[in-house]
Design a protein. Structure first.
Length: 376
């Protein structure tokens, strides 16, 4: 057994030596001197790989194309090492140098909803002082930034219980913006009503459909009470406060008690105590603040086998941790998808610039959404 191990060790050492020699040869070849292979040459290359694989036993044959493709993904040590090669890499470097060292305190920011909404709570956590502009729709938040009405917007992207806010991902594909910060906010829902209303008086409860689903266990205990979806939890609370009725209630945040003069009939009625919503702060300008350790990307991959694997292998080879992977169908394209990635990597790491320089080789297109820090 020891001899077997020694033989394997020697083979591994030889493989590593050959890899080092391969990288050395790549460094000696100027990128500009390497013409792009036409489709015919790529087909010939694939045929050569298949012919090579057929010379070996069936149990390892399927692995040979994978290994050869991985070798073709390897770059010389000089490639992607600076921010000067790619326009995007240079833009990232310039943004790090040009962004203020301190995150802003006094800003105008756009949110969906109204006073007392969880979006306002997220804003107050992200910015110490903010003038909040409220809009009815997520799309209006994006438009407000594009038109210059405000510099920042805060929008939810996912909930630990209800999942992704799909409409926001669709807007991400449509608008050009950058993420400058994010926050993971613990969500608590309270049953609120006008002063004087008792629990046994309540005949109807209003709230956003996600809040309703997140409080389903509590709501199932209320017999004869009608549950009515509303466009926003805080707007539901506002409607209850302004109504002449004393037999309705809303599922909303505790902040709504303060803003609308309501009282709490039942506190923390969500199904799970670990209910979190992730909000992102977006801007038209690329801003990368010190401490940015998370990067978001949108990638459109070739509609062929192994395309997602090639991207994931780059993360693996660079030692980059994948935090989130989400797919969204591409409009007007059947069974083709855009992939949304959150990766864990410091904005100061040279590996980030290397990744930016190499991604276009394995994607049909990709969009850099920013590097930022997440508040927990």
């Amino acid at each position: 057994m020891d001899n077997e191990k020694t033989k394997i060790d020697l083979i591994d050492e030889e493989i590593i030596k050959l890899l080092a020699e391969r990288v050395k040869v790549l460094d000696e070849v100027e990128d500009d001197a390497k013409p792009k292979l036409p489709i015919e040459s790529l087909r010939e290359r694939k045929a050569k790989i298949m012919a090579m694989a057929e010379q070996y036993p069936e149990e390892i044959r399927n692995y040979i194309p994978v290994v050869v493709n991985l070798l073709n993904e390897m770059k010389g040590t000089k490639t992607g090492s600076t921010g000067e090669k790619g326009t995007l890499s240079g833009k990232i470097e310039r943004s790090k140098e040009g962004t203020n060292k301190l995150f802003p305190d006094f800003v105008t920011v756009a949110c969906q909803g109204t006073e007392g909404a969880n979006s306002q709570i997220a804003c107050d956590r992200i910015f110490r002082n903010s003038n909040i502009m409220f809009f009815d729709r997520f799309g209006a938040v994006f438009s407000a930034i594009e038109k210059g009405l405000c510099k920042y917007g805060v929008i939810p992207v996912e909930n630990s219980y209800a999942g992704t806010v799909n409409s926001v991902y669709d807007l991400m594909m449509k608008h050009n913006f950058y993420i400058v910060r994010s926050i993971r906010l613990k969500i608590t829902h309270h049953l609120l009503a006008k002063p004087g209303t008792r629990m046994e008086d309540v005949k109807e409860i209003y709230s956003h459909e996600q809040a309703i689903s997140q409080c389903s266990d509590f709501l199932s205990t209320l017999k004869g009470v009608k549950i009515i979806p509303f466009e926003n939890t805080a707007q539901a609370a506002k409607m209850v406060a302004e109504s002449d009725r004393n037999d309705i209630a809303a599922l909303a945040s505790e902040l709504c008690v303060k803003y609308y003069g309501l009282k709490t009939l039942a506190a923390s009625v969500q199904n799970r105590d670990n209910n979190y919503t992730r909000f992102i702060c977006i801007s038209k300008d690329l801003e990368i603040y010190p401490g940015a350790d998370r990067t978001s990307l949108m990638l459109v991959l070739p509609h062929e086998y192994g395309s997602l694997y090639k991207v994931l292998s780059k993360f693996h080879m660079l030692g980059i941790n994948l935090l989130k992977l989400e797919s969204r169908p591409l409009p007007n394209k059947e069974f083709e998808f855009m992939f949304y990635f959150d990766i864990e990597i410091s904005a100061d790491s040279p590996k980030l610039l290397q990744l930016m320089n190499e991604l276009d080789e394995v994607c049909d297109s990709f969009t850099y959404l920013g590097s930022y820090h997440e508040i927990i």
